[in-house]
Ligand binder design. Sequence first.
Ligand code: SF4
Length: 416
Amino acid sequence: MAQLDVQQKLAILADAAKYDASCASSGSVKRTSRDGKGVGSTDQGMGICHAYAPDGRCISLLKILLTNSCIFDCHYCINRKSSNVRRARFTAAEVVRLTLSFYRRNYIEGLFLSSGIIGSSNYTMEQMVKVARSLREDHDFRGYIHLKTIPDADPELVHQAGLHADRLSINVELPTVAGLTRLAPEKSAARIEGAMGDTKTAILDTGDAKKRFKSAPRFAPAGQSTQMIVGADAATDGDIVTKASTLYDRFGLRRVYYSAFSPIPDASAVLPLQRPPLMREHRLYQSDWLMRFYDYTPADVVAAADATTGMLPLDIDPKLAWALKFRGSFPVDVNRAPREALLRVPGLGVKAVTAILAARRWRRLHLADVARLTVSVAKVRPFLIAEDWRPVALSDRADLRPVVAPKIQQLELFAA
Ligand code: SF4
């Protein structure tokens, strides 16, 4: 491999990391250097830049790979060993220096570090732990660190990673075991889930210890997350949300990220030629939101999907799709219905429902009151009853879908 300078390595390894969607930094503990000690803060201060990759993903963290060389051959991955890409590798010290210099320039809020596997899983994980440990212990770095754990790494190394990182993530990659076996034959769903189970236990144990002893060490205070690739195998949206729900329940994940498969240069023949519509990824995030904050079960989301294909509609959101299928659950009386029923009304968000519940303790609500809490009263009207509104014919219309579906319009490229 020709000698590359840090700039060249950065170009290669930041580009190689863009396929990983799981870089959000929500939910960490507050750490700051405002007392004049240490470097960095997990708070987003004024002037911290947010950069976006060409595909629109937020990269406000320094998001890089330690190396894009890999001994595994996962078909969907541009860094697989049979891929014909230019390879590069940072040393642990180089990543530490880069992180600190980017942070001091206010370019980033922290570090998101992943890696291909070099030598062995344990060796690679050791190098990643070395980066995090050096940042924390040698430089008193108090910014955010997200480490992607390496498949099959020794649990003790993963534990070490959790002692320094804010968040750990382990990618399940594909929603079904069959998909994983076909597209990532060297990975094992059982081992991935075993590592998630160990991480959950460590998070809970250290959380308990922290309650009793202030000096107890923290372990991944921002929890763990995972990522699933969408559209690389035959899994339906129903399969994906069901898997996501199981992962939330079993491993207490903070987030499941969905990453629409993007055809990569020099792609393996077993992959589809086209990427799935980006809207599919968006609909899965909306479903995920419904399950986490709106009391929908995976079965509800599956029921909103097309019964023959198992796919969610792309032209309307899953909440509206569910409401159109289950018209018998509507209209909901805004002045009497319980919170769960109000949360099912398309167009009413959690904040709107909370405001409705608070306001109706004092007076009866009219449609105009609800209109002030929603972006589109036209979307809400067929599904609720207010003091001065009853949707009589509207909610029974056979052609309700085009009435409530968002209108598709071409945006002007140079509009002010
Ligand atoms: S182990 Fe990770 S980096 Fe290596 S080929 Fe598989 S997905 Fe890519």
